[in-house]
Design a protein around this ligand. Structure first.
Ligand SMILES: Nc1ncnc2c1ncn2[C@@H]1O[C@H](COP(=O)(O)OP(=O)(O)OP(=O)(O)O)[C@@H](O)[C@H]1O
Length: 219
């Protein structure tokens, strides 16, 4: 059964004293890929930052934003990441960064098993010892995905994660995300400018324009 992960009701967001988003309402459920679309500058990233701030806040004043999950169960793959070509950490050590709370040079048997399962899920087992800096764009995105997934999120947020990938890699990544949504019963918010991906993979679309959001059920 689908359960509610987040409910937004009549939300207004201002930046620099000016309204950016007005009276936005939407709900996101588990096993759902919600695509957020809209022109550059309509406020997609600002909306996500606003939601995350609300999730982190322990105060009850967030009556317009109701998370049914803890802040710890939300993972974000941001739009930009500083991974240079000479970034030395191996793919598996990069993924592990989100697995253990305090650094130590070993993993327990259970942690090793988790790591191996996730690396296999994102098809990175064969190159797990390769420095992340040497990985291709698509492999890097799969490593980011693995790093997020190893924390067992209930909500995963992808901010334009496919924008630097070619068409085939974009489609492969979204195929993988869809598999994970159904396997792990999670919800995914995917900010994108790619109408083909929305059409092929989106369950619902939240389109923002002129400060307002319109929800469309896609399948
Ligand atoms: N702290 C801030 N102070 C002033 N303006 C801001 C602030 N944060 C964001 N903005 C402005 O709010 C608008 C929305 O920005 P945002 O990055 O959320 O858009 P976006 O829809 O994610 O765009 P893109 O598709 O280009 O990533 C932009 O005009 C931006 O310059």
């Amino acid at each position: 059964m689908l359960s509610k992960i987040l409910e937004v009701a009549e939300l207004n967001i201002q930046v620099a004293g000016k309204p950016l988003i007005e009276r936005l309402s939407f709900t996101i459920y588990t096993n759902t890929l919600l695509c957020i679309t809209g022109d550059n500058g309509v406020g997609k990233t600002t909306l996500i930052n606003h939601l995350l701030k609300a999730a982190k806040s322990t105060q009850e004043h967030q009556s317009h934003i109701n998370f049914n999950t803890s802040f710890e169960a939300i993972q974000v793959i941001p739009q930009f990441r500083n991974i240079d070509d000479d970034y030395p950490l191996s793919i598996q050590n990069f993924v592990t960064l989100n697995l253990i709370k305090q650094w130590r040079p070993w993993l327990t048997a259970l942690e090793k098993e988790k790591l191996s399962k996730i690396l296999s899920l994102v098809n990175l087992t064969a190159i797990k010892n390769r420095p992340l800096g040497e990985a291709s764009g698509g492999e890097k995105q799969r490593a980011y995905l693995a790093q997020a997934l190893i924390a067992h999120p209930k909500l995963l947020i992808l901010d334009e994660s496919t924008s630097n990938l070619d068409r085939e890699s974009r489609i492969n990544l979204l195929h993988l995300v869809k598999t994970i949504i159904n396997q792990e019963n999670i919800a995914v918010i995917f900010i994108t400018h790619d109408p083909e991906l929305v059409k092929l993979f989106g369950d619902v679309e939240l389109h923002i324009s002129n400060r307002h959001g319109v929800m469309t059920k896609l399948r």
